[in-house]
Design a protein around this ligand. Sequence first.
Ligand code: NAI
Ligand code: COI
Length: 407
Amino acid sequence: MAASLHLNVGSLNSPLNLKSVAKQSPRPTRIRCASPAVAAPPKRYSITLLPGDGIGPEVISVAKIVLKLAGSLEGIEFSFQEMPMGGAALDLTGIPLPEETISAAQKADAVLLGAIGGYKWDKNEKHLKPETGLLQLREGLKVFANLRPATVLPQLVDSSTLKKDIAEGVDLMVVRELTGGIYFGKPRGFGTNEKGEEIGFNTEVYATYEIDRIARVAFEIARKRRGQLCSVDKANVLEASMLWRKRVTTIAADYPDVELSHMYVDNAAMQLVRYPKQFDTIVTNNIFGDILSDEASMITGSIGMLPSASLGESGPGLFEPIHGSAPDIAGQDKANPLATILSAAMLLKYGLGESNAAKRIENAVLDTLNKGFRTGDIYSAGDKLVGCKEMGEEVLKSVDSPVGAAI
Ligand SMILES: NC(=O)C1=CN([C@@H]2O[C@H](COP(=O)(O)OP(=O)(O)OC[C@H]3O[C@@H](n4cnc5c(N)ncnc54)[C@H](O)[C@@H]3O)[C@@H](O)[C@H]2O)C=CC1
Ligand SMILES: CC(C)CC(=O)C(=O)O
Protein backbone atom coordinates (compact mmCIF):
# COMPACT_ATOMS: atom_id res chain seq x y z
CA MET A 1 0.00 0.00 0.00
CA ALA A 2 1.43 3.38 -0.96
CA ALA A 3 1.85 5.54 2.09
CA SER A 4 2.05 9.28 2.16
CA LEU A 5 3.43 11.33 4.95
CA HIS A 6 1.65 14.62 5.45
CA LEU A 7 4.12 16.67 7.40
CA ASN A 8 3.04 19.53 5.32
CA VAL A 9 -0.05 21.58 5.16
CA GLY A 10 -1.33 20.07 1.97
CA SER A 11 0.57 17.86 -0.37
CA LEU A 12 4.34 17.84 -0.54
CA ASN A 13 4.12 19.53 -3.91
CA SER A 14 2.07 22.47 -2.75
CA PRO A 15 4.03 24.29 -0.08
CA LEU A 16 2.15 26.70 2.12
CA ASN A 17 2.72 30.28 1.08
CA LEU A 18 2.74 31.89 4.48
CA LYS A 19 3.83 35.16 2.97
CA SER A 20 0.32 35.65 1.64
CA VAL A 21 -0.87 35.51 5.23
CA ALA A 22 1.14 38.62 5.92
CA LYS A 23 -0.45 40.60 3.13
CA GLN A 24 -3.95 39.97 4.43
CA SER A 25 -3.24 40.70 8.04
CA PRO A 26 -4.64 43.92 9.42
CA ARG A 27 -1.39 44.27 11.39
CA PRO A 28 1.42 43.96 8.87
CA THR A 29 3.19 40.72 9.46
CA ARG A 30 5.53 38.66 7.32
CA ILE A 31 6.10 35.05 8.12
CA ARG A 32 9.30 33.58 6.86
CA CYS A 33 9.03 29.91 6.10
CA ALA A 34 11.38 29.69 3.19
CA SER A 35 14.35 31.45 1.68
CA PRO A 36 13.53 34.86 0.28
CA ALA A 37 12.68 34.88 -3.39
CA VAL A 38 16.07 36.04 -4.67
CA ALA A 39 17.74 34.67 -7.78
CA ALA A 40 19.42 31.51 -6.52
CA PRO A 41 18.83 30.31 -2.96
CA PRO A 42 22.02 29.72 -0.99
CA LYS A 43 22.99 26.09 -0.79
CA ARG A 44 24.90 26.53 2.41
CA TYR A 45 22.99 26.88 5.64
CA SER A 46 23.92 27.31 9.25
CA ILE A 47 21.94 25.22 11.69
CA THR A 48 21.98 25.71 15.44
CA LEU A 49 21.54 22.39 17.20
CA LEU A 50 20.16 22.41 20.72
CA PRO A 51 20.33 18.81 21.96
CA GLY A 52 19.16 19.70 25.47
CA ASP A 53 18.53 16.99 28.05
CA GLY A 54 17.48 13.37 28.50
CA ILE A 55 16.90 11.72 25.14
CA GLY A 56 17.50 15.09 23.42
CA PRO A 57 21.20 14.46 22.60
CA GLU A 58 20.40 10.91 21.43
CA VAL A 59 17.72 11.94 18.94
CA ILE A 60 19.58 15.05 17.78
CA SER A 61 22.77 13.15 16.94
CA VAL A 62 20.76 10.78 14.75
CA ALA A 63 18.73 13.57 13.10
CA LYS A 64 21.88 15.59 12.40
CA ILE A 65 23.45 12.77 10.38
CA VAL A 66 20.23 12.19 8.44
CA LEU A 67 19.90 15.92 7.72
CA LYS A 68 23.51 16.10 6.58
CA LEU A 69 23.17 13.20 4.14
CA ALA A 70 19.80 14.33 2.74
CA GLY A 71 21.29 17.80 2.22
CA SER A 72 24.48 16.61 0.57
CA LEU A 73 22.50 14.50 -1.90
CA GLU A 74 20.70 17.68 -2.92
CA GLY A 75 23.82 19.82 -3.14
CA ILE A 76 23.29 21.45 0.25
CA GLU A 77 25.99 21.94 2.83
CA PHE A 78 25.30 22.58 6.46
CA SER A 79 27.44 24.10 9.14
CA PHE A 80 26.22 22.93 12.52
CA GLN A 81 26.72 24.80 15.75
CA GLU A 82 25.81 22.89 18.88
CA MET A 83 24.82 25.05 21.85
CA PRO A 84 23.78 24.27 25.44
CA MET A 85 20.16 24.68 26.41
CA GLY A 86 17.86 23.65 29.25
CA GLY A 87 19.31 21.54 32.05
CA ALA A 88 22.57 21.08 30.15
CA ALA A 89 22.99 24.86 30.06
CA LEU A 90 22.04 25.17 33.73
CA ASP A 91 24.80 22.76 34.64
CA LEU A 92 27.32 24.58 32.47
CA THR A 93 26.42 28.21 32.99
CA GLY A 94 23.81 28.44 35.76
CA ILE A 95 20.99 29.58 33.44
CA PRO A 96 18.71 27.61 31.09
CA LEU A 97 19.15 29.81 28.01
CA PRO A 98 22.56 31.49 27.90
CA GLU A 99 22.98 34.66 25.83
CA GLU A 100 25.40 32.82 23.51
CA THR A 101 22.75 30.19 22.78
CA ILE A 102 19.90 32.54 21.93
CA SER A 103 22.25 34.73 19.95
CA ALA A 104 23.52 31.76 17.90
CA ALA A 105 19.94 30.60 17.35
CA GLN A 106 18.85 34.04 16.14
CA LYS A 107 21.73 34.21 13.67
CA ALA A 108 21.20 30.72 12.25
CA ASP A 109 19.14 29.80 9.20
CA ALA A 110 17.20 27.31 11.31
CA VAL A 111 17.23 25.77 14.77
CA LEU A 112 16.77 22.09 15.59
CA LEU A 113 15.98 21.28 19.22
CA GLY A 114 15.92 17.90 20.97
CA ALA A 115 14.13 18.29 24.29
CA ILE A 116 14.75 19.83 27.68
CA GLY A 117 13.99 19.01 31.29
CA GLY A 118 14.59 16.29 33.83
CA TYR A 119 14.17 15.24 37.45
CA LYS A 120 17.44 16.90 38.44
CA TRP A 121 16.10 20.40 37.83
CA ASP A 122 12.43 19.84 38.73
CA LYS A 123 12.72 21.57 42.10
CA ASN A 124 14.60 24.58 40.74
CA GLU A 125 13.07 28.01 41.11
CA LYS A 126 11.00 28.90 38.08
CA HIS A 127 13.57 31.15 36.41
CA LEU A 128 16.11 28.35 36.78
CA LYS A 129 14.02 25.61 35.22
CA PRO A 130 14.94 24.11 31.83
CA GLU A 131 11.32 24.71 30.71
CA THR A 132 11.74 28.45 31.31
CA GLY A 133 14.65 28.36 28.89
CA LEU A 134 12.47 26.78 26.22
CA LEU A 135 9.78 29.42 26.63
CA GLN A 136 12.47 32.12 26.43
CA LEU A 137 13.81 30.54 23.26
CA ARG A 138 10.40 30.51 21.57
CA GLU A 139 9.82 34.09 22.69
CA GLY A 140 13.32 35.16 21.60
CA LEU A 141 12.82 33.67 18.15
CA LYS A 142 9.26 35.09 18.03
CA VAL A 143 7.95 31.82 16.63
CA PHE A 144 4.24 32.22 17.25
CA ALA A 145 2.91 29.56 14.87
CA ASN A 146 3.51 25.96 15.91
CA LEU A 147 2.48 23.36 13.33
CA ARG A 148 1.99 19.86 14.72
CA PRO A 149 0.89 17.32 12.12
CA ALA A 150 -0.54 14.02 13.34
CA THR A 151 -0.90 11.36 10.67
CA VAL A 152 -1.67 7.71 11.21
CA LEU A 153 0.62 5.85 8.83
CA PRO A 154 -0.73 2.55 7.50
CA GLN A 155 2.50 0.95 8.75
CA LEU A 156 1.75 2.02 12.32
CA VAL A 157 -1.99 1.63 12.54
CA ASP A 158 -1.56 -1.31 14.92
CA SER A 159 0.60 0.82 17.22
CA SER A 160 -2.31 3.16 17.88
CA THR A 161 -4.07 2.76 21.19
CA LEU A 162 -7.36 3.23 19.33
CA LYS A 163 -9.21 0.54 17.40
CA LYS A 164 -7.99 0.15 13.82
CA ASP A 165 -11.17 1.47 12.20
CA ILE A 166 -11.04 4.60 14.38
CA ALA A 167 -7.33 5.33 13.88
CA GLU A 168 -6.96 4.38 10.22
CA GLY A 169 -6.73 7.38 7.90
CA VAL A 170 -6.40 10.04 10.59
CA ASP A 171 -4.54 13.01 9.16
CA LEU A 172 -4.85 16.21 11.13
CA MET A 173 -2.85 19.31 11.81
CA VAL A 174 -2.82 21.15 15.12
CA VAL A 175 -1.94 24.82 14.70
CA ARG A 176 -0.92 25.93 18.16
CA GLU A 177 -0.37 29.54 19.18
CA LEU A 178 3.07 29.40 20.76
CA THR A 179 4.19 32.71 22.21
CA GLY A 180 1.11 33.93 24.07
CA GLY A 181 -1.57 32.74 26.43
CA ILE A 182 -1.14 31.39 29.92
CA TYR A 183 2.49 30.28 29.43
CA PHE A 184 3.50 33.92 29.05
CA GLY A 185 0.62 35.97 30.53
CA LYS A 186 1.14 38.39 33.39
CA PRO A 187 0.51 38.71 36.25
CA ARG A 188 1.87 35.37 37.33
CA GLY A 189 3.61 34.14 40.40
CA PHE A 190 3.11 33.04 43.97
CA GLY A 191 1.49 34.96 46.80
CA THR A 192 -0.95 34.64 49.65
CA ASN A 193 -4.70 35.00 49.70
CA GLU A 194 -6.85 36.82 52.23
CA LYS A 195 -6.70 33.78 54.52
CA GLY A 196 -2.92 33.85 54.41
CA GLU A 197 -2.78 30.66 52.35
CA GLU A 198 -0.14 30.26 49.69
CA ILE A 199 -1.42 30.70 46.14
CA GLY A 200 -0.01 30.29 42.67
CA PHE A 201 -1.52 32.21 39.78
CA ASN A 202 -1.22 32.64 36.02
CA THR A 203 -2.98 34.72 33.41
CA GLU A 204 -4.52 33.56 30.16
CA VAL A 205 -4.38 36.64 27.97
CA TYR A 206 -4.61 37.17 24.23
CA ALA A 207 -4.56 40.39 22.24
CA THR A 208 -6.50 40.68 19.00
CA TYR A 209 -3.36 40.76 16.82
CA GLU A 210 -2.11 37.51 18.36
CA ILE A 211 -5.36 35.71 17.60
CA ASP A 212 -5.68 37.22 14.13
CA ARG A 213 -2.22 36.18 12.98
CA ILE A 214 -2.49 32.58 14.20
CA ALA A 215 -6.02 32.34 12.80
CA ARG A 216 -4.78 33.45 9.38
CA VAL A 217 -1.99 30.89 9.44
CA ALA A 218 -4.54 28.21 10.33
CA PHE A 219 -7.01 29.27 7.62
CA GLU A 220 -4.21 29.20 5.05
CA ILE A 221 -3.23 25.73 6.18
CA ALA A 222 -6.81 24.45 6.18
CA ARG A 223 -7.30 25.90 2.71
CA LYS A 224 -4.38 23.81 1.43
CA ARG A 225 -5.60 20.69 3.21
CA ARG A 226 -9.24 19.57 3.21
CA GLY A 227 -10.74 23.00 3.79
CA GLN A 228 -12.00 22.44 7.33
CA LEU A 229 -10.87 24.40 10.35
CA CYS A 230 -11.97 23.65 13.90
CA SER A 231 -11.16 26.38 16.40
CA VAL A 232 -10.84 24.96 19.89
CA ASP A 233 -11.43 27.18 22.91
CA LYS A 234 -13.23 27.43 26.23
CA ALA A 235 -15.47 30.33 25.27
CA ASN A 236 -18.22 29.19 27.63
CA VAL A 237 -16.02 30.14 30.58
CA LEU A 238 -12.93 32.17 29.66
CA GLU A 239 -12.92 35.77 28.44
CA ALA A 240 -9.70 35.17 26.50
CA SER A 241 -11.50 32.36 24.67
CA MET A 242 -14.54 34.57 24.01
CA LEU A 243 -12.28 37.05 22.25
CA TRP A 244 -10.53 34.14 20.50
CA ARG A 245 -13.84 32.87 19.08
CA LYS A 246 -14.96 36.37 18.06
CA ARG A 247 -11.72 37.10 16.19
CA VAL A 248 -11.50 33.69 14.50
CA THR A 249 -15.10 34.16 13.32
CA THR A 250 -14.26 37.62 11.99
CA ILE A 251 -11.16 36.40 10.14
CA ALA A 252 -13.25 33.58 8.61
CA ALA A 253 -14.93 36.16 6.36
CA ASP A 254 -11.67 36.32 4.37
CA TYR A 255 -11.70 32.55 3.85
CA PRO A 256 -15.14 31.64 2.45
CA ASP A 257 -13.69 28.44 1.01
CA VAL A 258 -12.81 27.14 4.48
CA GLU A 259 -15.51 25.60 6.65
CA LEU A 260 -15.07 26.92 10.17
CA SER A 261 -16.40 25.18 13.27
CA HIS A 262 -15.88 25.87 16.96
CA MET A 263 -15.48 23.34 19.73
CA TYR A 264 -14.92 23.58 23.47
CA VAL A 265 -11.64 22.05 24.49
CA ASP A 266 -13.15 19.45 26.82
CA ASN A 267 -15.32 18.18 23.99
CA ALA A 268 -12.35 18.30 21.58
CA ALA A 269 -10.32 16.11 23.94
CA MET A 270 -13.17 13.60 23.94
CA GLN A 271 -13.83 13.81 20.17
CA LEU A 272 -10.16 13.18 19.42
CA VAL A 273 -10.42 9.69 20.86
CA ARG A 274 -14.06 9.11 19.84
CA TYR A 275 -13.79 9.95 16.13
CA PRO A 276 -10.52 11.68 15.21
CA LYS A 277 -11.17 11.51 11.46
CA GLN A 278 -13.66 14.36 11.85
CA PHE A 279 -10.69 16.76 12.25
CA ASP A 280 -8.71 18.31 9.44
CA THR A 281 -7.04 21.43 10.85
CA ILE A 282 -7.35 22.50 14.47
CA VAL A 283 -6.37 25.98 15.64
CA THR A 284 -6.04 26.63 19.33
CA ASN A 285 -4.20 28.51 22.02
CA ASN A 286 -0.87 27.66 23.57
CA ILE A 287 -1.92 25.40 26.45
CA PHE A 288 -4.79 23.62 24.67
CA GLY A 289 -2.50 22.99 21.68
CA ASP A 290 0.18 21.56 23.94
CA ILE A 291 -2.26 19.10 25.50
CA LEU A 292 -4.33 18.16 22.43
CA SER A 293 -1.26 17.49 20.28
CA ASP A 294 0.13 15.10 22.89
CA GLU A 295 -3.25 13.36 22.88
CA ALA A 296 -3.27 13.26 19.06
CA SER A 297 0.20 11.74 19.07
CA MET A 298 -1.06 8.57 20.70
CA ILE A 299 -3.60 8.11 17.91
CA THR A 300 -0.63 7.89 15.52
CA GLY A 301 1.08 5.28 17.66
CA SER A 302 3.55 7.22 19.77
CA ILE A 303 4.63 10.63 20.88
CA GLY A 304 7.98 9.57 19.44
CA MET A 305 6.55 10.02 15.92
CA LEU A 306 5.36 13.64 15.99
CA PRO A 307 7.49 16.47 14.63
CA SER A 308 6.78 20.17 14.79
CA ALA A 309 7.68 23.43 13.10
CA SER A 310 7.50 26.80 14.83
CA LEU A 311 7.54 29.81 12.55
CA GLY A 312 7.59 33.54 13.09
CA GLU A 313 7.32 36.71 11.08
CA SER A 314 11.03 36.75 10.32
CA GLY A 315 14.19 35.00 11.36
CA PRO A 316 14.89 31.32 11.75
CA GLY A 317 12.24 28.73 12.47
CA LEU A 318 12.49 26.37 15.41
CA PHE A 319 11.99 22.67 14.72
CA GLU A 320 11.50 20.13 17.49
CA PRO A 321 9.78 16.85 18.25
CA ILE A 322 6.67 17.38 20.35
CA HIS A 323 7.91 14.99 23.02
CA GLY A 324 9.89 15.90 26.11
CA SER A 325 13.23 14.64 27.40
CA ALA A 326 11.78 11.25 28.47
CA PRO A 327 14.04 10.85 31.51
CA ASP A 328 12.59 7.36 32.08
CA ILE A 329 14.35 6.04 28.96
CA ALA A 330 17.23 8.52 28.63
CA GLY A 331 20.70 7.09 28.01
CA GLN A 332 19.33 3.63 27.18
CA ASP A 333 19.24 3.90 23.37
CA LYS A 334 15.47 3.31 23.50
CA ALA A 335 14.21 6.65 22.18
CA ASN A 336 12.35 6.80 18.91
CA PRO A 337 14.31 9.32 16.80
CA LEU A 338 11.69 9.58 14.04
CA ALA A 339 9.92 12.64 15.48
CA THR A 340 13.23 14.52 15.44
CA ILE A 341 14.21 13.19 12.02
CA LEU A 342 10.81 14.32 10.70
CA SER A 343 11.35 17.68 12.41
CA ALA A 344 14.54 17.93 10.37
CA ALA A 345 12.40 17.32 7.28
CA MET A 346 10.11 20.15 8.36
CA LEU A 347 13.21 22.32 8.86
CA LEU A 348 14.24 21.65 5.27
CA LYS A 349 10.79 22.26 3.89
CA TYR A 350 9.50 25.17 5.95
CA GLY A 351 12.71 26.64 7.29
CA LEU A 352 14.85 26.50 4.16
CA GLY A 353 12.44 25.82 1.32
CA GLU A 354 14.39 22.68 0.38
CA SER A 355 11.48 20.38 -0.46
CA ASN A 356 13.45 17.73 -2.32
CA ALA A 357 15.78 17.11 0.59
CA ALA A 358 12.76 17.08 2.93
CA LYS A 359 11.07 14.51 0.76
CA ARG A 360 14.16 12.32 0.82
CA ILE A 361 13.88 12.18 4.60
CA GLU A 362 10.14 11.55 4.61
CA ASN A 363 10.50 8.75 2.07
CA ALA A 364 13.38 7.26 4.03
CA VAL A 365 11.29 7.16 7.20
CA LEU A 366 8.45 5.41 5.39
CA ASP A 367 10.89 3.01 3.75
CA THR A 368 12.41 2.14 7.11
CA LEU A 369 8.98 1.49 8.60
CA ASN A 370 8.03 -0.58 5.55
CA LYS A 371 11.08 -2.74 6.20
CA GLY A 372 9.65 -3.44 9.64
CA PHE A 373 12.11 -1.57 11.86
CA ARG A 374 10.54 -0.30 15.08
CA THR A 375 11.71 1.24 18.33
CA GLY A 376 10.02 -0.07 21.46
CA ASP A 377 7.29 2.57 21.58
CA ILE A 378 5.87 1.51 18.17
CA TYR A 379 6.81 -2.17 18.31
CA SER A 380 4.28 -4.94 17.62
CA ALA A 381 4.91 -8.68 17.50
CA GLY A 382 6.76 -9.65 14.32
CA ASP A 383 8.51 -6.28 13.88
CA LYS A 384 12.28 -5.80 14.02
CA LEU A 385 13.00 -4.16 17.35
CA VAL A 386 15.82 -1.62 17.15
CA GLY A 387 17.26 1.10 19.34
CA CYS A 388 17.59 4.80 18.61
CA LYS A 389 20.96 4.51 16.86
CA GLU A 390 20.03 1.54 14.70
CA MET A 391 16.77 3.18 13.67
CA GLY A 392 18.85 6.18 12.60
CA GLU A 393 21.24 3.95 10.64
CA GLU A 394 18.32 2.31 8.84
CA VAL A 395 16.82 5.69 7.91
CA LEU A 396 20.24 6.77 6.68
CA LYS A 397 20.45 3.74 4.39
CA SER A 398 17.14 4.74 2.81
CA VAL A 399 17.88 8.44 2.44
CA ASP A 400 19.62 8.12 -0.90
CA SER A 401 16.64 6.40 -2.54
CA PRO A 402 15.35 8.52 -5.49
CA VAL A 403 13.09 11.45 -4.60
CA GLY A 404 9.45 10.71 -5.26
CA ALA A 405 9.96 6.96 -5.37
CA ALA A 406 6.77 5.07 -4.63
CA ILE A 407 7.04 3.37 -1.29
N1 NAI B 1 9.68 20.39 24.21
C1 NAI B 1 10.26 19.92 25.29
O1 NAI B 1 11.46 19.95 25.44
C2 NAI B 1 9.41 19.32 26.35
C3 NAI B 1 9.98 19.02 27.54
N2 NAI B 1 9.25 18.37 28.49
C4 NAI B 1 9.98 18.00 29.70
O2 NAI B 1 10.39 16.63 29.56
C5 NAI B 1 10.44 16.03 30.84
C6 NAI B 1 9.63 14.76 30.85
O3 NAI B 1 8.28 15.09 30.63
P1 NAI B 1 7.11 14.04 30.39
O4 NAI B 1 5.87 14.66 30.83
O5 NAI B 1 7.50 12.73 30.96
O6 NAI B 1 6.98 13.92 28.79
P2 NAI B 1 7.86 13.14 27.73
O7 NAI B 1 7.34 13.47 26.41
O8 NAI B 1 9.30 13.38 27.96
O9 NAI B 1 7.58 11.58 28.04
C7 NAI B 1 6.28 11.04 28.14
C8 NAI B 1 6.35 9.55 27.85
O10 NAI B 1 6.60 9.35 26.46
C9 NAI B 1 7.78 8.61 26.27
N3 NAI B 1 8.52 9.19 25.15
C10 NAI B 1 8.71 10.50 24.90
N4 NAI B 1 9.45 10.65 23.82
C11 NAI B 1 9.73 9.44 23.35
C12 NAI B 1 10.47 8.95 22.24
N5 NAI B 1 11.07 9.77 21.37
N6 NAI B 1 10.58 7.63 22.06
C13 NAI B 1 9.98 6.77 22.91
N7 NAI B 1 9.25 7.17 23.97
C14 NAI B 1 9.14 8.50 24.19
C15 NAI B 1 8.57 8.72 27.57
O11 NAI B 1 9.43 7.63 27.75
C16 NAI B 1 7.47 8.84 28.59
O12 NAI B 1 7.03 7.57 28.97
C17 NAI B 1 9.93 17.09 31.83
O13 NAI B 1 11.03 17.69 32.41
C18 NAI B 1 9.17 18.06 30.95
O14 NAI B 1 9.09 19.34 31.47
C19 NAI B 1 7.96 17.98 28.28
C20 NAI B 1 7.35 18.28 27.10
C21 NAI B 1 8.00 19.02 26.06
C1 COI C 1 8.08 22.10 28.33
C2 COI C 1 7.16 23.24 28.16
C3 COI C 1 7.88 24.56 28.19
C4 COI C 1 6.11 23.26 27.11
C5 COI C 1 5.67 21.99 26.51
O1 COI C 1 5.32 21.02 27.14
C6 COI C 1 5.62 21.96 25.06
O2 COI C 1 5.56 22.99 24.44
O3 COI C 1 5.59 20.87 24.45
